[in-house]
Design a protein around this ligand. Structure first.
Ligand SMILES: Cc1cc2nc3c(=O)[nH]c(=O)nc-3n(C[C@H](O)[C@H](O)[C@H](O)COP(=O)(O)OP(=O)(O)OC[C@H]3O[C@@H](n4cnc5c(N)ncnc54)[C@H](O)[C@@H]3O)c2cc1C
Length: 437
């Protein structure tokens, strides 16, 4: 170590986890150096501020944090210039729009389906569940077979790209509401709407998209962009980048996705590299559309259950901030998911854009003669960790190897967890705390 009291700390990535790590390291009086592969900083929290007046985030991003430290940090980062919303969310199912979560808002769906959902829910409610070996088992035990198979299992296949039977349940957290029988019956027979989404309130910057929360961090950290780490020598403590730069480090903090990170570590054993390849993550084509009207949706975001529609989730950026569209315009961002393992992408982004426009017209979100003033498809190579049954055995090899190599990992794709912006920030912060002792 060049100077033990001033270790040279290198951070890979410039998104939320990197921000958390950077803050913790600078709190300790040290100055880390930040590198990112991309030409734009921020990872998933980048916003694309286009010349035509539209701003699209790298996937729909809102802040619904319950962590005071992050709430305050975000508010200060935009000089309190944010707007707070009460979330309104709904679902599309075979021609019907129902509020979210559908299980407690069944009224309006076809009666035979509702009755079957109720019968099956009654059959499992209050019963001791059988063995839960996968996500499908959990869904059936929680909701009964009809709701399980027609709603969350189908949505899960669209979102995670694999069957519920192929997934574990480690990622669930508060994501799926578990109602009691009275709530389900009330939602099926009356217009009473249970306020049961795990996101009730959220905040969004007044201007500039979600990235506005990070702009001051970028100014402070001044990340070295266009620096894609390609090789790490944990013995010599060097990182080599694709552009030929080689840097030394005393400590390395990485938010790089594990399947990329592990193979670049010199001397990584074949079985650990093999394990890292078994970690699956979804990829996304984001379809961003701008139109010359604002009244696109009553809901901030909408889940689409039908398997024959590729659109998975719709969100409406102009409802988060009117500053992210030209005056009098509206925008919709649509996620369509793929994965190398379960639903490989053929690379034809334009075809996805056209399919999505067709889906939106089919659902009545866009009009047949809609004046679409802007559309694009944007490829997101790392989206959501897929918690399939290979995940835990693979992580049990990968994380200890990195610990042994002295590489501190963090963030959504370092921890390999279904975590949000606030948790990714804390992951980076905690990783740096551990490293600093
Ligand atoms: C579609 C979608 C919607 C989401 N919506 C929300 C939301 O509404 N609210 C919320 O709180 N969270 C949301 N999230 C989660 C949130 O985006 C993540 O938790 C968080 O941004 C992850 O931050 P990170 O720093 O861990 O990863 P990233 O943001 O992915 O940062 C990793 C960085 O590492 C860089 N990198 C990769 N490889 C290399 C390399 N070889 N060398 C150097 N750099 C490299 C990348 O370029 C990237 O900048 C969403 C995620 C997705 C995918």
């Amino acid at each position: 170590m060049s100077n033990p009291s001033k270790p040279n700390i290198v951070i890979l990535g410039s998104g939320m986890a990197a921000w958390g790590a950077y803050d913790r390291v600078t709190e300790a009086g040290l100055t880390p150096t930040v590198y990112d592969a991309r030409e734009v900083p921020g990872g998933h929290t980048a916003s694309y501020r286009l010349d035509n007046g539209f701003v699209f985030d790298d996937g729909p991003h809102i802040s619904f944090s319950a962590i005071d430290q992050v709430k305050n940090l975000f508010a200060e980062s935009v000089d309190q210039e944010y707007v707070a919303f009460t979330a309104y969310v709904d679902n599309y199912y075979e021609g019907h729009w129902v509020e979210h979560p559908a299980v407690v808002n069944l009224k309006g769906l076809p009666e035979p389906l509702v009755n079957k959902v109720l019968d099956d829910f009654r059959a499992v409610h209050g019963q001791e569940p059988g063995p839960i070996n996968n996500y499908l088992d959990w869904l059936v035990a929680t909701y009964g077979r009809t709701y399980a198979e027609k709603f969350p299992a189908v949505y899960g296949k669209k979102y995670h790209t694999c069957e519920a039977v192929d997934m574990n349940t480690d990622w669930l957290g508060p994501r799926l509401y578990q109602p009691d029988l009275d709530e389900v019956v009330a939602g099926a027979t009356s217009d009473t709407s249970a306020d049961a989404h795990y996101i009730k309130e959220f905040r969004y910057p007044k201007k500039g998209g979600f990235q506005s929360y990070l702009d001051k961090f970028f100014e402070r950290a001044n990340p070295n962009l266009g620096h894609e780490a390609t090789s790490i020598d944990p013995k010599a403590k060097t990182v080599t980048f694709g552009n030929g730069t080689v840097v030394e480090y005393d400590e390395l903090i990485s938010s790089v996705p594990l399947p990329l990170l592990v193979p670049m570590v010199e001397g990584a054993p074949a079985d650990v590299i093999e394990a890292s390849k078994k970690l699956s993550c979804s990829q996304c084509v984001l379809v961003n559309i701008g139109v010359d009207r604002e009244d696109l949706s009553p809901a901030h975001w909408r889940y689409i259950y039908d398997l024959d529609l590729d659109a998975v989730r719709l969100s409406f950026p102009h409802m988060f901030s009117p500053e992210v569209v030209p005056p009098g315009h509206g925008a919709v961002q649509v996620e369509v998911y793929f994965s190398d393992k379960y639903r490989p992408f053929d690379g034809n982004t334009d075809a996805v854009v056209q399919t999505v426009i067709g889906n939106l017209k089919h659902m009545g979100v866009l009009r047949e003669d809609e004046n679409i003033v802007f559309s694009e498809g944007r490829w997101v190579p790392w989206a959501n960790v897929i918690f399939d049954l290979d995940t835990n055995p693979a992580l049990a090899k990968v994380h200890p190897f990195l610990d042994e190599a002295g590489i501190t990992y963090c963030g959504r794709y370092g921890d390999w967890a279904y975590i949000w912006t606030d948790e990714s920030y804390m992951s980076g912060h905690n990783a740096a705390t551990k490293l600093l002792g």
